[in-house]
Design a protein around this ligand. Structure first.
Ligand code: CAA
Length: 391
């Protein structure tokens, strides 16, 4: 019988896009000093989806290796978290369920609360496994982060998907009780249904994030959480990697700790490696931080890792995980490097053309150019229906 008290992340895999735009190209185009991007916001490049990629193809690409390794036995639920939803009614996870050939005896649902959605998905998954430890839940966090061209947010775009298999007796990270939670009604970042690109008040969003760090930490301690010094590392939501540093300094400050650079770098330095070259991936971002940490750290066996998940609007959660003995045998470090290294660099003009693309809303037959070399592609929009293909 699986152990219902030890539930968490059994496997984790991510996928990102066909293309990448180096920030040097953006800086050259808009005349920004590259230091602002490389040091000021901590970004080197951002993933750019091909015309035939979207949250479904990315989500399927992230989840396929998990199904290949573990099969689909016991997976009775797929939870798909996204900010960049493609349909107001149908869950994107239903397309992924089909692309992966999962059994019909599955419930599939989509969750939304900006970048926080994947953490809600993880917690719901843990609840389901707690009720029946024989079940496993596939959580997919997939997003294309899109701001207006020529806006300050443009430098903080990106795209990626993380898939996690949540189970009893997990091989990677046990997720602990309690969680610290926080909600505040703020308009820092939002996207009305009629818009492709998010609206954002940049400075307000940073302030709201820091307030949420403080609020969720306060609740975490009131719920009997671990002391701060217990944690070997901190995985923050990373809209841009410098934000993790701002957030951690703030947390150290409000808890009366020194904020010296060595301490901050030791606490989160390893978590930013993927986000710095992928950019913002909204729901996936905090779990890309975890992937980078697990893939690079010498040995985290038995160590406690903190997570701070933030979704504008805003909802945040502070929680902890313990790294499981033997976890390194289950990592996908090489595949993750490959997902990043295989991207082809595009110039600014090409990126802009891809950014400006949208499907006509006339219900006609609109095939997409075959650009991605990934396993799944969005082949067309036909009669208002998205048509996907598997290679
Ligand atoms: N060399 C080094 N550093 C430089 C520099 C240079 N030449 N020029 C500027 N900088 C520094 C600035 O000093 C600043 O650093 P600090 O924040 O430490 O002071 C940093 O670069 C950014 O400069 P600005 O604040 O002037 O940049 P901006 O006005 O262009 O806006 C931004 C930056 C607010 C992040 C903007 O890109 C944006 O709106 N992004 C989208 C919103 C976002 O990501 N918000 C984060 C919190 S919300 C969230 O987390 C949810 C989510 O995913 C969206």
């Amino acid at each position: 019988m699986a152990n219902a008290s030890a539930i968490g992340i059994h496997d984790l895999s991510f996928a990102t896009t066909e293309f990448v735009l180096p920030h040097t190209a953006l800086a050259e185009y808009n005349g920004t000093d590259i230091g602002k991007y490389h040091k000021g916001i901590g970004q080197l490049s951002m993933s750019v989806p091909a015309a035939d990629e979207d949250i479904v193809t990315l989500g399927a690409a992230a989840a396929a290796p998990i199904i290949a390794r573990h099969g689909s036995d016991g997976i009775r639920t797929v939870v798909f978290a996204t900010e960049s939803s493609i349909d107001q009614a149908k869950a994107a996870g239903v397309y992924v369920h089909s692309l992966l050939g999962l059994p019909s005896a599955t419930r599939v649902v989509e969750l939304k609360q900006a970048c926080y959605g994947a953490t809600a998905a993880l917690q719901f998954a843990i609840g389901l496994v707690h009720r029946d430890p024989a079940q496993r839940v596939l959580v997919i966090a997939s997003d294309v982060s899109k701001y207006e061209l020529d806006s300050p947010g443009e430098a903080t775009q990106g795209a990626a998907a993380v898939a996690m298999l949540v189970s009893a007796d997990p091989a990677l990270v046990r997720i602990e009780e309690p969680s610290g939670v926080f909600t505040a009604d703020v308009m820092d970042f939002w996207r009305p249904n009629y818009r492709d690109a998010a609206l954002v008040d940049g400075q307000e969003s940073i302030t709201a994030y820091l307030q949420a760090v403080e609020g969720s930490w306060k609740d975490y301690t009131e719920q009997g959480g671990r002391p701060l010094d217990d944690f070997a590392a901190f995985c923050y939501h990373q809209p841009f990697t410098k934000m993790a540093y701002k957030a951690h300094r703030h947390l150290l400050n409000v808890t009366g700790h020194d904020t010296d650079d060595d301490r901050v770098t030791r606490d989160l330095g390893l978590t930013t490696a993927y986000n710095t070259v992928i950019g913002n991936s909204y729901t996936a971002s905090v779990y890309l931080g975890l992937a980078a940490l697990l893939d690079q750290a010498d040995d985290l066996t038995g160590k406690a890792v903190a997570f701070l998940s933030y979704g504008s609007g805003s909802v945040a959660e502070f929680f902890a995980g313990t790294v499981v003995p033997g976890y390194r045998e289950h990592l996908r470090t090489e595949a993750h490097r490959e997902a990043i290294d295989r991207r082809k660099a595009v110039d600014y003009a090409r990126y802009r053309e891809l950014h400006e693309r949208s499907f006509p809303a006339d219900g006609g037959d609109h095939p997409t150019p075959a650009e991605t070399t990934g396993a799944f592609r969005l082949a067309a929009l036909r009669g208002h229906k998205r048509i996907y293909e598997t290679r």
